[in-house]
Design a protein around this ligand. Structure first.
Ligand code: CO8
Length: 352
């Protein structure tokens, strides 16, 4: 039940796009699906090949905005320097995500901007996946930095309201979107860096764990970890695998059992993040890290990434439908719904 303005009714078109996007089982097929999606829905101005060549265009697609590096004209004449600048930088904005892409470096910065806490709702995940897919299709984009536009919070993880008081069908649709986000990010060909500028519990931690490198702001008020058990729920096997691949089995076992949230210094200590920096150094450090990773021959780096991650990806891909069924039957149990209610009340009490 959504009562707040910022959690208002989901636009019908977003649902449509979500259904289309998430109806495919293989995430590789999403590329094809997006082609037809864009071909079908972008009824104006632009075809996909043009979209790919020229960067993003400002086309509204059912509430999404595909931004274009458009040439600007002054007094009816096109200004060459503006065209060049526009070709080198483009940006794409939807309501919950904005992307700045610098073609001169091949690096895009994705800003999550879904107040109050960048929780991963179905709408958010859909926009996230579409933005990611656009970047993945653009061969000139080689690196992605993910950060938050909100103060204090990177992402609060999965939107609990998508799991509380919802029908089994809605829960299933939501879970497919969570899987999709993870599959896309974990197997991305781009170099991915999480610039973690705030708290990052549960699904927020998972999102940063899917990146190649994590840099967190060194502020002891921020925390990161897979705290699912504190909500009375269980991190799925692929959450566990992603963390174990990063920090090892024993640390993961203890962290998951206790639902541990770590300060940045503690997270660095166990290898959950790779670096901690002062807030004002976050983006410059992310850019330097990116440059270092991009200096490695791309094919060798990508094959290495695939070699390291493919078994984990394949594990979910081969059990995707069963994983959805498990989630739905688990999350809709009365006892689990009760735990979520208690946790939501705790969040409200903490605020009061
Ligand atoms: N989902 C939905 N709403 C949320 C969430 C969330 N994850 N987190 C916070 N909110 C809401 C709060 O209820 C509050 O709502 P309102 O304004 O209506 O009262 C609003 O966002 C602001 O929250 P805070 O006042 O708490 O904001 P702060 O800036 O003080 O704190 C934090 C930010 C640290 C992120 C804090 O909100 C927090 O700890 N949130 C909870 C985070 C959490 O525990 N997330 C776990 C989600 S579950 C998950 O990601 C994996 C599930 C795997 C499922 C597997 C099942 C099989």
């Amino acid at each position: 039940m959504r009562s707040k303005g910022h959690r208002g009714a989901r636009p019908r078109c977003t649902r449509t796009i979500a259904s289309l996007l998430l109806s495919v089982n293989s995430f590789h097929n999403v590329r094809l699906d997006l082609n037809s999606l864009f071909a079908g829905l972008v009824s104006c101005h632009v075809s996909l090949p043009h979209f790919k060549q020229s960067g993003f265009r400002n086309v509204s697609v059912g509430g999404f905005f595909l931004s274009q590096a458009s040439s600007s004209s002054r007094h009816g004449r096109v200004c060459a320097s503006t065209v060049l600048a526009a070709q080198q930088r483009s940006n794409s904005t939807s309501s919950k995500i904005s992307v700045d892409f610098d073609q001169s470096t091949g690096v895009a910065v994705m800003h999550m901007k879904s107040p109050p806490v960048n929780s991963l709702s179905l709408d958010f995940l859909t926009e996230f996946c579409i933005s990611l897919e656009k970047l993945e299709m653009d061969k000139s984009c080689r690196g992605l930095i993910i950060t938050s536009s909100l103060p204090k919070v990177f992402s609060a993880g999965l939107d609990i309201l998508e799991m509380y008081g919802k029908s089994p069908e809605s829960c299933g649709e939501f879970w497919k979107a969570v899987q999709e986000m993870w599959l896309k990010l974990y197997s991305s060909n781009m170099v991915t860096v999480a610039a973690i500028n705030g708290s990052s519990p549960a699904g927020g931690c998972l999102m940063s764990l899917t990146c190649d490198y994590r840099i967190m702001v060194d502020n002891p008020r921020y925390s990161i970890g897979l705290n699912e058990t504190q909500l009375g729920i269980v991190a799925p096997f692929w959450f566990k695998d992603t963390m174990a691949n990063t920090v090892g089995h024993r640390v993961t076992e203890m962290a998951l059992a206790l639902g541990m949230l770590y300060s940045p210094a503690e997270a660095l200590n166990i290898g959950l993040v790779d670096q901690i920096v002062p807030e004002d150094k976050l983006m410059s450090t992310a850019e330097q890290t990116m440059a270092k990773w991009l200096a490695i021959p791309a094919h060798a780096r990508q094959l290495t990434k695939s070699m390291m991650r493919k078994p984990t990806v394949d594990r979910l891909t081969s059990k995707r439908e069963a994983d959805v069924q498990n989630f739905v039957s688990f999350i809709t149990k009365d006892a689990i719904q009760n735990s979520l209610r208690v946790y939501l009340e705790m969040l409200k009490r903490k605020k009061a």
